[in-house]
Design a protein around this ligand. Structure first.
Ligand code: CP
Length: 296
């Protein structure tokens, strides 16, 4: 694999191999060190989980890590991102984890840089967040490996969620039995990759095996899409009341960051059915698998 850009580029074998390798990294702590590869985190949008887990993953693999500081870089003097990438590649950096507000930028930079370095999409605009989808799948399989029997519900602001896009593509590829996308009308997806869309939160959550809550992505909302008290929590949030509609052993998940008391009741974030911190933990192992898969 030269670049890691979106789920649709991955074959069934790629997905299985990444899951297997991530689980290996989780189970066995002694790894071959790859000091001749290096990672640069190019984050033009804020991040806690993704940036630091890529950094942790690279350290565990023995890769030197550079965290590019956009604000103090020469982009403040007019340099464009394409020249930043060429410059850092000329220094010998092999892997770039890129987060950017612009949809499709990782693909553009991958086309530009060809085989001189590896571009990893760490979240581009509203388009894709493939490493998040894979770590979510890893977390689900650890608890509920029979994907062909599962009902998974994604709940909340789906329209602006790159995570929801990547999850739909991945759940389709691995044969999840039923995927329900639950959102009020203004946050329903413009394009559906897999699953059925509903406004009926009760029907959507009913007998669910897994619920994935999504944050309101305020940074991407147009004026007419802002809740401003017009949208009732009953239409987009996981509450202690509606949560009981799901199966008793339902997995509660959230890609983070969580806004407690908004898209999910705080008690549910911390309850025994919550796998939110397990997702974070698995993020390191899945990103180790991704970095390793790109080593050539
Ligand atoms: N899930 C996720 O992408 O979180 P961060 O924005 O903290 O990286």
């Amino acid at each position: 694999m030269q670049h890691f850009l979106e789920i649709s580029q991955l074959s069934q074998q790629d997905i299985e191999s990444l899951l297997k390798r991530a689980q290996f990294f989780k189970n066995y702590k002694n790894h071959t060190l790859h000091r001749h590869f290096s990672l640069c985190n190019l984050f033009y949008e804020n991040s806690t989980r993704t940036r630091i887990s890529f950094e942790m993953a690279a350290h565990q693999l023995g890769m030197p890590v550079i965290n590019f500081d956009v604000q103090h870089s020469s982009e403040s003097k007019g340099e464009v991102i394409e020249d930043t990438l060429h410059t850092l590649t000329a220094m010998g950096i092999t892997h770039f984890a890129l987060r950017h507000v612009q949809d499709g930028l990782p693909q553009h930079l991958a086309t530009l840089i060809k085989n001189k370095a590896h571009i990893i999409n760490a979240g581009d605009g509203q388009h894709a967040h493939p490493s998040q989808a894979l770590l979510d799948l890893m977390t689900i399989i650890e608890q509920k490996p029979r994907l062909d029997t599962l009902k998974i519900a994604i709940l909340g602001n789906i329209r602006h969620s790159r995570v929801a896009n990547s999850l739909q593509c991945l759940f389709k590829a691995v044969g999840v039995k039923e995927l329900v996308l639950i959102a009020p009308a203004i946050w329903q997806p413009e394009k559906v990759h897999y699953g059925t869309v509903t406004q009926d939160i009760k029907e959507g959550l009913s007998d669910a095996d897994v619920i994935i809550c999504l944050r309101i992505q305020r940074e991407r909302l147009q004026e007419c899409e802002k809740p401003d008290g017009r949208i009732d929590r009953d239409t987009f949030a996981l509450t202690e009341k509606n949560y009981t509609l799901a199966k008793p052993d339902v997995m509660i998940m959230h890609p983070g960051p969580v806004n407690r008391g908004v898209e999910i009741d705080t008690a549910l974030v911390d309850c025994s059915n919550s796998y939110i911190l397990e997702q974070v933990k698995n993020g390191v192992y899945m990103r180790m698998a991704i970095l390793e898969a790109l080593m050539q």
